[in-house]
Every structure is written in structure tokens, then in C-alpha cells.
Design a protein around this ligand. Sequence first.
Ligand code: FES
Length: 388
Amino acid sequence: MSVRRLAAPELQPKGFSFTPDNLAWAQRQIAKYPPGRQQSAVIPLLWRAQEQAGGWLPQAAIEYVAALLGMANIRVLEVATFYTMFLLAPVGRKAHVQVCGTTPCMLRGAGAIIDVCRARIHAQPFDRSADGDFSWEEVECLGACVNAPMVLIGRDTYEDLTAQSFARVLDGFASGHPPAPGPQIARQYSAPAGGPTTLTDASLYAPSGGDAATVADIVERPAAAPGRADAPSIVAAAQPTGEDVQRMAAVDAEALARTEEADIAAKIALLPKSATPEQKADAVGARPQALVAARAGAADDLKRIRGVGPVNESKLNALGVYHFDQIAGWGRAEIRWVETYLAFPGRIDREGWVGQSKLLAAGPAERTSRPAGRDEAAPGAGAPQKKA
Ligand code: FES
């Protein structure tokens, strides 16, 4: 691990103070601790300061937090220089990549990830790429060893990487549409690569009302890690059944929806209270491509998508969305934008609008009936829906 020092004086801003919103948030954190223990809030306050300062911690921010908590500057500096989550010099505008270089990750290919950093970002850690968008460093174990090799970017980890899949992660950040964090192979979090081997009773994951699994269309993961030599043998050793895939997709979709809801709420909390629905949506995603009018003057009946009624159909039409293939082409950024704009976070994932739209857009040859939403894909409700 590299020596951790404050950035050179010429890079340091003159001063730092929290915005009114961040100050109010900081005071709420401090109030969680009993009198005399306020310094326990030092890590969340430094993290918020780092976010406000553009992804790194200037000396002025460290001293500001020390003053806010009544701590000696050196005590806060000790914290900031100890944890690699705190960055002490300006980093890439779009992403600072922290590559785990500890033994399990190194044995599983971290060297190839570092080679990509050197080739795509800069030959030296902490130096920014020519366009200033990216920077990287090697850090010690980040606690995701079972998914080695992995990197941390901001708050998210990208796991089970190969040089190729890591390059795709960088491409995503470069285009403003980063991929979903977590394993970059067909693995559910840190479960065995072939699927869970315990707690496999599907009823464990069904809410009491009987509303249970959804289809694999909702969460799309690559089928295997391209270029990773051991992936095929691991998958072949414990091939998941169709029911396994259905159950894993349900759990993944719910987890994805919850993660997105929390992330969207956090981003919206940073906006002024007067922010419009459009400003909120712009802060968390990308507006879908709109049509001026339905093609050939004939809009698809979007109400055929389970979860879309007349009200949502007219709202979608007002956004220039008239056809199944438009919704079928939405990625994470578009889904986040629409569900934030329409004020129903998580619902598009839970109801599987994109997967349903793919089937509907594919035409009758690709489907035998109305596509299932989450409710129709409950255990015992029939075979999982086929991907378009
Ligand atoms: S060794 Fe890389 S996350 Fe633990």
C-alpha cells in the first residue's frame, strides 16, 4: 500500500465548510451519540466532507470536521490517513478505482486488473488519466475476498472481475452508465458460483400474500465470465435448475430494487427541497429516448405490461414512450429516471417491465401468452418466462 500523505499545498483549497444541508445532516449524526462521545461521528462526517469536496479530502475539510467535533486536528488526520476509503488528493472526476491487491485477489487475477488500470488510466497510481476522468490505486483487502478479484469505486464494489469485464466497468463509468455493482459473472452475491446450496426452499422468499418470484428477465447478468478459464468448470459442477434461476432472479430483483431505492433517495436528499420531478430524475438517471408521436400513428397497448394501467400508460405516452421496444431497450439509467420521475422507485424492477416488454416486442412467435409479472412467476405458477 502506498504512503498516505496530504496533497501538495498548491492543490489544497483555501477553506472548507459544509453546505447548510450537509451541516444539518452532520448535526443529526452527532446527536446520535451521548455527550462527550461526539467524536464517534468522525468517519461519517469525513465521508460526507469527501463527497462534498469532489471525491477527496482537503486538509481544510479535515480541520473543519475536527473543529465541528471538538477534536484535535491530528486525531482526525490519523483517521483520514489510516482508512483508504479517504482519499487525500484530487482523483478522477468520473471514478477513482481502488484495486484490491491482497493475496486472494492477487492469486485470482488482480495483476491483470492493475495492468488495465495502467493501460487505460495512467501508468502510475494516483496520477489522473489525460482527460482527468479516472485515477486508480492499489489497496489492501476490501473484505470481498470470496469474489476476488475486485475493485471499489466510490461506494460500490465490482467483483469476480476479469480484464475484459473490468474494462467494461470502466467503459460504463466513462459513458455515465456504470453497470450494476457486485459480481460481474452469473453469481448471486457471494453464493457459490453455481447457485445457492442452502436455504433453497423457494417459500422462504415469498411474502405472506403469496406474491413471490419473478422472471430471470428482470436481472440480467452475463452467463459466464468471458475469458475466465475456471468459470465453465465451476458452473458445470453445479448447474442451477430453472427453478433455481427463477428463485435467484426474484431475490436479485428485490435486492436490486432496494439498493436502487436507497441510492436514489440518497441522491435526491442532496437536492434542494424545491427540486422538480424532472430535476430529481436527472440527478439519478438518464431520460429515455422519446418519440414525438407513435410510429405509424399506432401506439402499442402498454397496458398489456403487467403493472401498467391507463394512468401510467398516459404518463409514459406524455414522455414520448409509445412502444414495447422502447421500454425493452431501457438500461439502469433509464429505469432510474422513469421511476424517479413517476415517483415509484423500485417498481419497474419489481414488476419486470423491461423483461415483459422484450417479450411483447418480440411478437407472438416468442410468447404464448401475456408475459408474467412478479405475481405470475410465483413458485407453482408455471414455468419461468422465456427471455426474448
Ligand atoms: S483479498 Fe481482495 S477483497 Fe480480500
